[in-house]
Design a protein around this ligand. Structure first.
Ligand code: UDP
Ligand code: MG
Length: 243
């Protein structure tokens, strides 16, 4: 299969019809050989019924249904574990990531890039708090890690099958996919876009989830402080021995 599109869904019932229509339109610009995998992450609204009806009327659309809310990163991982595409797109299900960018991501993949991530040029309609905390988080993380994790970039991206295979082998329980993908390597490039505001519903990332996501990112990738402490320890032991 040429293309898989993975869409995590948490309480997006009002958006699903338009989302589905726009994803199909973009996928068909690229190929007929594609699949759309929705992952219903324990939605409390009618999202699952929408997904069931989509899957029964459109042969290229499928869904995975979680028994409860496990979180965005686990939902995307379930999609990755079950997709068949040579190129795999991860896209949010609230239309903040425009499906119309998918052909552009695919074009870069054809040029030879294994990871094409969509970088946010601006974030329409987000609260000032979200904008500032996100900027602060990405910059703190980048100062603590030796891995080149792109700033202001979410999980909206296209990845090659090779990357999907590597991700499946990584045993992390607390996933931080955007960091893991950077760590894996290969040829990576960016495509820029303006992030729209949510059309309906509200963010599934309240402060508590945002914090736990940030902590997962920082604890998994902050190798610089560990190296600093280790080196200081060795230096102090040596210095004490001399004295
Ligand atoms: N999402 C999910 N599980 C969650 C929270 C969110 O699958 O526990 C999905 C959500 O439906 C959307 C994507 O993950 O497709 C990004 O979430 P959201 O838009 O709420 O985050 P924000 O854009 O506010 O950071
Ligand atoms: Mg969103």
């Amino acid at each position: 299969m040429k293309l898989s599109i993975i869409v995590p869904i948490y309480n997006e019932e009002k958006i699903i019809p338009e989302l589905h229509r726009r994803i199909i339109k973009s996928a068909e610009v690229i190929t007929d050989d594609y699949e759309i995998i929705f992952v219903n992450d324990g939605s409390k609204d009618n999202s699952i019924f929408q997904l069931q009806s989509i899957a029964s009327s459109h042969k290229k659309s499928f869904y995975i249904n979680f028994s409860r809310n496990f979180g965005h990163q686990i939902a995307v991982s379930a999609g990755l574990d079950n997709c068949k595409g040579d190129a795999v797109v991860i896209i949010d299900g609230d239309l903040q990531d425009p499906p119309e960018l998918i052909p552009e991501l695919y074009k870069k993949h054809k040029e030879g890039f294994e990871v094409v991530y969509a970088k946010r040029e601006n974030r329409e309609g987000e609260s000032l708090f979200k904008k500032i905390s996100a900027k602060f988080f990405y910059r703190t993380l980048s100062s603590l890690t030796s891995i080149d994790i792109p700033l202001d970039t979410g999980d909206f991206r296209l990845i090659d099958k090779k990357i999907v295979e590597c991700l499946k082998q990584m045993p992390e329980k607390n996933k931080f996919l955007r960091g893991q993908i950077s760590w894996i390597g290969f040829n990576q490039t960016a495509v820029y876009f303006n992030r729209d505001k949510r059309k309906y519903g509200k963010s599934g990332y309240p402060l508590s989830k945002m914090l736990s996501f940030a902590i997962d990112g920082i604890t998994s990738f902050s190798d610089k402080p560990l190296t600093f402490v280790t080196r200081t320890g060795i230096f102090l032991s040596f210095f004490s021995l001399l004295i």
